[in-house]
Design a protein around this ligand. Sequence first.
Ligand SMILES: [Zn+2]
Length: 242
Amino acid sequence: MKLTESTWPEAEASGASVAVLPVGSTEQHGPHAVLGTDVFTAGAVAEAGIEHADVGCVLGPTIPVGIAAEHREFPGTLWVSGNTFRAYVRETCESLASHGWDRVVLVNGHGGNVAALRELCGKFTRSGAGYAVPFTWFDAVDTDDIAGIEMGHGGPVETSLLEHLDERYVRADEFDRAAAGAATQWGEWQSGVNLAYDSSEFTDSGVVGDPREGSAETGKKLLTAAAESLGDLLETVADREY
Ligand SMILES: [Zn+2]
């Protein structure tokens, strides 16, 4: 059940065991992929995962802005502080729990959100408000095994999923520019330390990886794998004692 498309009596009657809250980011993903990439991917994985789960779920709205200051040099990128993000997402979880949906799975589409989500879910759980756990879709699938590709940023993994979801999210005529200015790995490393704070320090196009290695067909496989993994998680969370 989608919360935003339901009325309050429908919400009251949902009988859902688990609340699913997608968490995205509005940030640059290279010249070829839209700023809402992490919003669209997190939302799509959340919806597909619910379909794979054998438990009733309520789907919350996608959180649109996350921790993304590392992309601030690229136009259109939005971000909030870690404190604001943790408080906002945690309080959103608390409001879900107040309606009885006290088991919450956050479906994340952005690497910069990972640590903060883990922390706020732990606080939410330890406070006694309910049980929450974050799921980051690209960490839950073996992209190398599925298609011989790695995550990167705006690289073949995200670009493939976008192409599968809606071709309007991708500018294929910018692929060469994206690849020409791309980095091969995230960060600028010395002695085990990432010296860079902003992505612009190590990637000219904002991309890590080569989006030309992706395809809509690969995106479909990635979505299926992520949905199966999330479906399993939702069933486990519905049953887990806490
Ligand atoms: Zn992304």
